[in-house]
Design a protein around this ligand. Structure first.
Ligand SMILES: Nc1ncnc2c1ncn2[C@@H]1O[C@H](COP(=O)(O)OP(=O)(O)OP(=O)(O)O)[C@@H](O)[C@H]1O
Length: 224
């Protein structure tokens, strides 16, 4: 099954004049693939991820995620779709510092309102254990290391069991040990749980070890 289908995407920015940042971008990603998006600074990686994440809807072409065409949906529909189907991990984890780790992880599920608070809390604790952070449940997010915070951000991204996990430089501020931990978590999720991982990265080693590389140059795909 296809996790993602990107059809002839063109994207423009208007700064003084019209500037085409993505050019006829076309590719599919299968369910359970772990894909890295690479390319030089300014090649359009973050812009592309922003479209794939459904956050930016101003483009030509069409995007389907998990069999649903997201192009043309309203902002409200997209917000609900994102929360149910996509998990996000960023370079900076954006945890709420005064909230406990478990509370941070629970938030997207509380918003979705599909499960009881008790069920959600149970799953959040389980995820922390899976990420090798058992015993840290009640710590405040302000009081943990960067590598731990990134794992908590991954747990938060996983709380609604998203089909697709998207990362913008998910290991960007981590040392090599924590980068390896995050890489292994992604690999496990893709290969054993069938979740699809799409990560924009500047880290060559990370990209080379993933299942597949999509390379952008000047807004065009030059390698997939
Ligand atoms: N909001 C915006 N308005 C105008 N131009 C933009 C905007 N966002 C990005 N750009 C331009 O689009 C091009 C692609 O930017 P983008 O951030 O997608 O590249 P990138 O490959 O992710 O770069 P980096 O690796 O440095 O993060 C760049 O020329 C950038 O200046």
């Amino acid at each position: 099954m296809k996790a993602l289908s990107v059809n002839k995407i063109n994207k423009y920015f208007y700064v003084a004049q019209k500037f085409q940042v993505l050019k006829e971008v076309n590719f599919d990603i299968n369910q359970g693939e772990f894909v890295s998006i690479i390319g030089k600074s300014g090649s359009g990686k973050s812009t592309l991820l922003y479209l794939l994440s459904t956050m930016d809807t101003d483009y030509e072409g069409a995007i389907s995620i998990n069999g649903t065409t997201v192009t043309g949906k309203s902002q409200n529909e997209l917000a609900a779709f994102r929360n149910a189907h996509i998990g996000f991990v960023f370079q900076f984890h954006y945890l709420l510092p005064e909230f406990s780790l478990v509370e941070n992880i629970m938030l997207p599920a509380l918003k979705l309102k599909l499960k009881s608070k008790e069920e959600i809390e149970h799953r959040a604790v389980e995820l922390l254990g899976m990420l090798d952070m058992k015993g840290t449940e009640l710590k405040k997010a302000a009081a943990i290391s960067g590598g731990q915070a990134q794992r908590v951000a991954i747990a938060r991204a996983l709380i609604n069991d998203p089909a697709v996990i998207m990362g913008d430089e998910p290991t960007g501020n981590l040392d090599s040990r924590n980068t390896a931990i995050v890489f292994d978590i992604f690999k496990e999720l893709a290969h054993n749980k069938g979740q699809t991982i799409i990560a924009v990265t500047h880290d060559d080693e990370f990209a080379q070890k993933s299942d597949r590389i999509i390379e952008l140059k000047d807004g065009k795909i030059i390698n997939e």
